[in-house]
Design a protein around this ligand. Structure first.
Ligand code: NCD
Ligand code: ZN
Length: 345
């Protein structure tokens, strides 16, 4: 049995760092574990232009601890009114790494999202031409579609036609949760990437209702039934070259989670690597962990691999019960539970 694992420094290809007091509380754990992270733009108001991304990036850097070595990679929140020239300018300046497509009203702070792909077609054409990845929250918002089916229906209704229309556009299907998504991603290794969160590898939808309503197990896309978890997990630990680490760590203050209309989002940043490593270990795939955490994403984005390493050791640790933020706190994923691995200092 292996007791230590040293891998190339990893990246997190999907994080929500928020702003203000929450940013001050959650930037450090992500920067401790990862060299780079794709930062989601769903602030309120969202990050929709170059100036907003530059100023958000400066606030993130100011929130990091002394001596950090962490690069936030900024994204542009697409709306029906996004200017293709602004997207091109942001990418060419090195401010925007990618654009994020939220179907309007699909998730937290997506009210300004895209109401129809037709509205952003000129933007997508530019992205295709310059090789800029499109990051997709892949769920339809049609209220007639059952919430557990919204990802699979998105693939059929939106993604398949989009890929046919723009044959060279690079697309990342974010936080995949279904057997349909896993199969689709596995079938298109050269032009589709995918991120997978720790929670979608670890819990199924029963966790949301275990003995009562469990707001801290609720995120979007919502966890699915066990067959889907197993299919996604098989794709990940089976070593698919186009699937990579993206925690979707999405902190909300406890009051916003425990509410009559609680927010979607699971906060996993403090122990992200350890959570994933347990999964790879259980699937007898520790040898494939480094590619998932530190190589596949950079290759898909066309970015250099990181220098340096991180080491994980087999030392049990308890996930903190609470994570202080401003004058309240966030409850982390698997709070109070014991994990088998710990990142070495
Ligand atoms: C995210 C958030 O809170 O910003 N929530 C979530 O459940 N994942 C938004 C998102 O990525 O859908
Ligand atoms: Zn997200």
């Amino acid at each position: 049995m292996r007791d230590r694992l040293t891998i190339r420094r990893p990246d997190d290809w999907h994080v929500h760092l928020r702003d203000g007091a929450m940013l001050a509380a959650v930037a450090a754990p992500t920067a401790r574990q990862f060299a780079r992270a794709i930062v989601m733009p769903n602030l309120s108001p969202p990050v929709t232009d170059v100036a907003a991304a530059q100023s958000y990036r400066a606030r993130i850097l100011a929130a990091l601890p002394e001596g950090h070595d962490f690069t936030p990679l900024m994204t542009c929140y697409l709306t029906d009114a996004t200017d293709p020239a602004e997207v091109r300018r942001g990418f060419e300046l090195g401010v925007f790494t990618a654009c994020k497509l939220y179907p309007a009203h699909a998730t937290t702070n997506s009210a300004h999202g895209v109401t129809s792909i037709a509205h952003i077609r000129p933007v997508l054409e530019v992205m295709q031409a310059i090789g800029m990845p499109l990051l997709v929250h892949g769920e339809v918002t049609d209220p007639a579609i059952d919430i557990f089916d919204r990802e699979a229906v998105f693939i059929e209704r939106v993604l398949v036609p989009l890929l046919a229309d723009l044959p060279a556009l690079k697309v990342v299907l974010e936080h995949i949760t279904t057997a349909e998504a896993a199969a689709f991603v596995l079938a298109h290794p050269d032009r589709i990437g995918a991120t997978v969160t720790p929670q979608h590898l670890i819990i199924n939808r029963n966790a949301i209702f275990a003995g009562g309503l469990r707001p801290h197990a609720y995120c979007l896309p919502v966890a699915k039934r066990e067959t889907h978890r197993v299919a996604v997990r098989k794709a990940v630990t089976g070593g698919a070259p186009n699937i990579f680490l993206g925690t979707d760590t999405a902190p909300h203050m406890v009051e916003a989670k425990i509410s009559a209309c609680g927010c979607a989002g699971i906060f996993s940043a403090p122990t992200a690597l350890e959570l994933y490593l347990e999964v790879f270990e259980e699937d007898d795939a520790i040898d494939r962990f480094e590619a998932f955490a530190s190589e596949n994403g950079a290759r898909f984005y066309g970015l250099p691999l990181n220098d340096g390493t991180v080491t994980l050791e087999r030392v049990a640790q308890e996930v903190p019960a609470v994570w202080d933020a401003g004058d309240s706190h966030v409850v982390p994923f698997r709070a109070g539970e014991t994990l088998r691995w710990r990142m070495a200092a």
